[in-house]
Ligand binder design. Sequence first.
Ligand code: CO
Length: 134
Amino acid sequence: MIGRLNHVAIAVPDLEAASAQYRDTLGAKVNPPQDEPDHGVRVVFVELPNTKIEFLHPLGENSPIQAFLEKNPSGGIHHICYEVDDILAARDTLIESGARVLGSGEPKIGAHGKPVLFLHPKDFTGTLVELEEV
Ligand code: CO
């Protein structure tokens, strides 16, 4: 069902510092920040040859990243994103197998303009999993 690793998302307390570190110290291609008000986040994508890193920072009130950063003040891995060919088929198979899909269960448009869903971390080895249709 799952295909390539699309990205690893890291919540960061300071987007500019994280961007500068990946650009200047690690020598990665770092894109400018973009606001995702529907998701309550400001994101920066780091492009690597085989995948991406997504820095997440809270945007606005009630951001889902705020509580995570309160628990992890230096930042930390927030979720991993796998690609799927058909997100509705993937969702239905997962629900039949007993996995919990977060939110309404309907895909939302994610940061790349593609439909995404999130799966409950307790069902997937303690890791928040995002599925993205590609
Ligand atoms: Co993501």
